[in-house]
Design a protein around this ligand. Sequence first.
Ligand SMILES: [Zn+2]
Length: 157
Amino acid sequence: MSFLSKLIPARFRKKKDPIEEVKNNLPKERENIKKSFAVYCNAHHNTNDGKLCPKCSALLLVVMAKMSRCPYGITKPVCDRCDRQCFGEAHNKAFMEIMEGSRRGMLVRHPMMTVRHKIMKLGVDYAKKRQNDAASEKAESRRKARVDRLKKRKEKT
Ligand SMILES: [Zn+2]
């Protein structure tokens, strides 16, 4: 298994790839989200010491609760790369704002964690791209088959 495909969350992997181990991404993702919230809130909402304002703690509670019910389970991808808007539209928007807005602060305060998270994100992006490529390849070959059939029909007449 190549280095890159190891980074791909299990649900994106091709069936024939041996799944080496089911990695539990949840605790790390929770840690990362909590820290991002603290960084963002401290920078924007007049809070400090990693404490959260009432609004941010409420949102964090929702996010944490929804995460335990994530349909992807413990092999879930990175939340801010997920195409399933499982926090609800308004919460999702606020969540993305915090994750985006805390990026620089996270890199300064928790560089290792940020780099690891970034690599996981790249893994998800790569897997998604591969999935899309495979899908458009399929569509293209279906289209070609249709054209061929039409041609053959024309030749007959
Ligand atoms: Zn806040």
